[in-house]
Design a protein around this ligand. Structure first.
Ligand SMILES: [Mg+2]
Length: 430
């Protein structure tokens, strides 16, 4: 959490399935829009938190499958596990708190008295979460009786029913809301309480997020009946909680605008940057714009024209260098000339490019070193390059940039979304 020196200007705390990730959107367009918005305008001074019912294993599977950004904090297993950063460093203090009046074996023993409770798969069973499937008609009664049994055995538990099917037994101090309250307390102690916090959810296990004091909240348009009903009964008069008109990540983007929490037009939703100039001088945004152009160029969503090539060349220093993932160096203008042959080579394919973890270090009054992870996926193949760019603003037009050195290192290749393989010998990677 040391990435930011001060308070985050915005902390977005979002559920994943059917909130950040729309499983009914095979192109993941709203998620990709959110990604471009976040990396352009928020990554440098804000915090992204994913709060999911998924176990760490199931969360990693989703990350391999969908174009998810790397969050600053991952809260997993319905608020029973908190991990920080890319290396997912666990919060040991949180584990200690959850051990209070908790005994997993007693939960399993008492739950076995209810044949209607069908245990979920092994990867969803966690040290502080015992999970079952149960029919909706039986759920309420079981929750009451099981709570009583566990209380008699000296345990303090919380039972959450979600998505009309999943029943989770957790320590009494756990849950998505408690985990968020714990994080906020921790940030306050460090003097880094976020200026604004926006929580985002779609189902029953997200309800707790909306009860944390002083947060903004969005229920996405596809929110489940159980969450909407809970909202009607509990927080209907809270003006800081809205139901979006848009599904999933598009709903999050919409509500960022409704509450005036910051920019809410994703660069991905701007079709022509020449016609729609944004008044920002953020070199990270420049890199995102370039990769959007690169994606659209290869998908033939931009027409092949000399104007585009000349505009692109105008952004690159005449003697600039591109260093390929293979280590091969090439004059950057020559590289742009070679891009002509890539026009439309991915037309009609599921080809997408997105960037993650954009950071920029200012090294002089007008020059920055921008770093990011650039992901490219096409069908079942996905690869990631660590990209470093030396970039400076133009004296006469401070919102325009010149690229000097552009260096890409191939980090990872996935086949069929799951299997890591060796690096391919590709000169087409930018
Ligand atoms: Mg969900």
């Amino acid at each position: 959490m040391d990435r930011l020196h001060g308070s985050a200007s915005l902390m977005v705390v979002s559920d994943l399935d059917y909130t950040m990730v729309d499983h009914d959107d095979p192109g993941d367009l709203s998620l990709l829009s959110f990604n471009a918005l976040w990396e352009s305008f928020y990554r440098h001074d804000s915090l992204l938190v994913f709060s999911t019912g998924r176990s760490p294993t199931s969360y990693k599977l989703l990350r391999n499958e969908k174009p998810l950004l790397t969050p600053d904090v991952a809260v997993m297993s319905v608020g029973t596990e908190i991990a920080y950063g890319e290396s997912m460093v666990p919060d040991v203090g949180w584990v200690q708190l959850l051990n209070n009046k908790w005994d997993r074996e007693i939960v399993v023993e008492e739950a076995s008295k209810f044949p209607e409770l069908v245990p979920q798969s092994d990867i969803d069973q966690r040290p502080h979460k015992v999970s079952f499937y149960v029919e909706k008609v039986k759920a309420l009664e079981i929750i009451d009786v099981l709570s009583e049994f566990l209380e008699k055995r000296g345990l303090d538990v919380k039972i959450i029913y979600s998505s009309g099917a999943a029943l989770d037994v957790l320590p009494g101090g756990a849950g998505k809301g408690q985990a968020l309250a714990y994080l906020l307390k921790k940030f306050a102690f460090e003097g880094k309480l976020p200026v604004n916090t926006l929580v985002c959810g779609d189902s029953g296990n997200d309800a707790e997020l909306f009860t944390v004091p002083e947060v903004y909240g969005v229920m996405v348009s596809n929110a489940k009946e159980e969450l909407l009903q809970w909202y009607q009964e509990n927080t209907k008069n809270n003006p800081n909680i809205l139901q979006a008109n848009e599904r999933c990540a598009a709903g999050i983007i919409q509500v960022i605008g409704n509450f005036g929490l910051g920019p809410n037009v994703s660069p991905r939703d701007i079709k022509d940057f020449q016609k729609c100039k944004l008044e920002i001088t953020n070199p990270g945004h420049e890199v995102i714009k370039f990769y959007l152009f690169y994606e659209r160029w290869r998908r033939a969503e931009i027409e092949m024209s000399e104007r585009h090539m000349q505009n692109l060349k105008a952004s690159f220093y005449l003697s600039g260098i591109f260093v390929h993932p293979s280590g091969f160096e090439q004059p950057i203008h020559q590289c742009i000339d070679e891009m002509k042959r890539l026009h439309g080579d991915r037309q009609g394919e599921h080809f997408r490019v997105w960037v993650d973890q954009v950071s920029s270090a200012q090294i002089s009054s007008d020059t920055w070193l921008v770093k990011c992870k650039k992901w490219e996926s096409c069908g079942d193949i996905r690869h990631c390059c660590l990209t470093t760019i030396l970039i400076s603003s133009k004296a006469e037009f401070p919102d325009e940039f010149t690229w000097w050195v552009f260096h890409a290192i191939l980090l990872t290749v996935f086949l069929f979304h799951l299997t890591e393989t060796s690096a391919p010998n590709s000169s087409r990677v930018m």
